[in-house]
Write a protein of this length. Structure first.
Length: 91
């Protein structure tokens, strides 16, 4: 369910509450019923965002940048490779 649809459901729910209050029909039982409905809407909202939170945005494209320090180490290792050393030196 798209978040816009969820927001539209909340808007309709709040408009219904406003209509009930303005017409004078807000009884204790109506408040209890609206409370149960709002609990359901909140739970539905949690289920709406759960897939996005659980995946941590794995569907989004990742842009990784090589740290500058790694580039410097790689440059030093390749520049010493021609000096007769079989293994790279530690920096």
């Amino acid at each position: 369910m798209p978040p816009k649809f969820y927001a539209a459901i909340w808007t309709v729910f709040l408009l219904v509450i406003a209509a009930v209050v303005l017409t004078g029909n807000l009884t204790t039982w109506a408040i209890v019923a609206f409370g149960f409905a709002s609990f359901g809407l909140i739970f539905m909202g949690m289920m709406l965002v759960l897939p996005f939170v659980a995946t941590h945005g794995e569907n989004a494209p990742h842009v990784t940048k090589e740290p500058a320090a790694a580039k410097v180490v790689a440059d030093r290792q390749t520049s010493r490779a021609g000096h007769g050393f079989a293994t790279p030196h530690h920096v």
